[in-house]
Design a binder for this molecule. Structure first.
Ligand SMILES: C[S@@+](CC[C@H](N)C(=O)[O-])C[C@H]1O[C@@H](n2cnc3c(N)ncnc32)[C@H](O)[C@@H]1O
Length: 211
């Protein structure tokens, strides 16, 4: 699942992961994050409308995305006026309440994203195969300070019946990836037919707090 895979998906507009509505688990569970929240990192953000919801809560949204197509679509959908700047392999698009960074998430550093106190992960961890999930978590560890809270949404299904992405992430995998450096609370699990009627799937939402 290299960068060309995703850039190709955006070039061909094969973006079934994109949702036209705000994710109900975000609306229901964002308040489960208890620390003061000002700056939310949205890794692998696509053009998710969830970023509008977060910005409307008064947060500064820091989005990380590979595809300039995704970012331009998102910007067109915003009422805000953006200024853009390219430095090395990253382009930053900034407006009131938004800092959208186009480039490779795995090459980001703390200076680029600034101070972050919360993370919203919908369709980021589940977009990655196991070896890249390990790298993703290592990168989050680099970027995040203690007490940062993460709202994580996952799918769980029989991986032998379907290839990812999205990949199945069961509670044991969440535990493997996060328990050594985060406190984990499972907030909700619901059945979903988002991946097809013939593939019983649950969607789970977790609160993770960096120790
Ligand atoms: C499954 S989509 C989810 C997008 C968004 N979170 C949502 O809920 O609609 C995964 C996104 O991650 C982006 N992506 C994949 N690898 C990336 C990387 N290394 N750095 C930044 N973005 C990446 C892809 O371009 C794609 O938009």
């Amino acid at each position: 699942m290299n960068t060309d895979f995703w850039l190709d998906r955006w070039n061909k507009n094969e973006i079934a992961f994109h949702q036209s509505d705000i994710h109900p688990m975000l609306v229901k569970h964002w308040s489960a994050l208890t620390q003061p929240r000002h700056n939310v990192l949205v890794p692998l953000c696509g053009k998710s409308k969830d970023m509008h919801w977060l910005q409307h809560q008064g947060l500064e949204v820091v989005g990380s995305e590979l595809s300039e197509i995704a970012m331009q679509d998102f910007i067109e959908d915003c009422e805000a006026s953006f200024t853009s700047r390219t430095v090395a392999s990253f382009t930053s698009h900034k407006a009131v309440g938004y800092h959208l960074i186009v480039g490779d998430f795995f090459a980001l550093n703390k200076n680029q994203i600034g101070s972050i106190d919360s993370v919203y992960d919908r369709a980021a961890l589940v977009a990655l195969p196991q070896d890249m999930r390990d790298q993703y978590v290592e990168k989050l560890k680099d970027l995040l300070e203690p007490k940062t809270e993460i709202l994580l949404i996952t799918f769980t299904y029989d991986q032998s019946k379907r290839e990812g992405p999205p990949f199945s992430i069961d509670p044991a995998e969440v535990d493997r990836l996060y328990s050594s450096w985060c406190q984990i609370t499972q907030l909700e699990t619901v059945a979903t037919n988002e991946l097809g009627e013939d593939n019983p799937t649950t969607e789970s939402c977790y609160r993770l707090v960096v120790s």
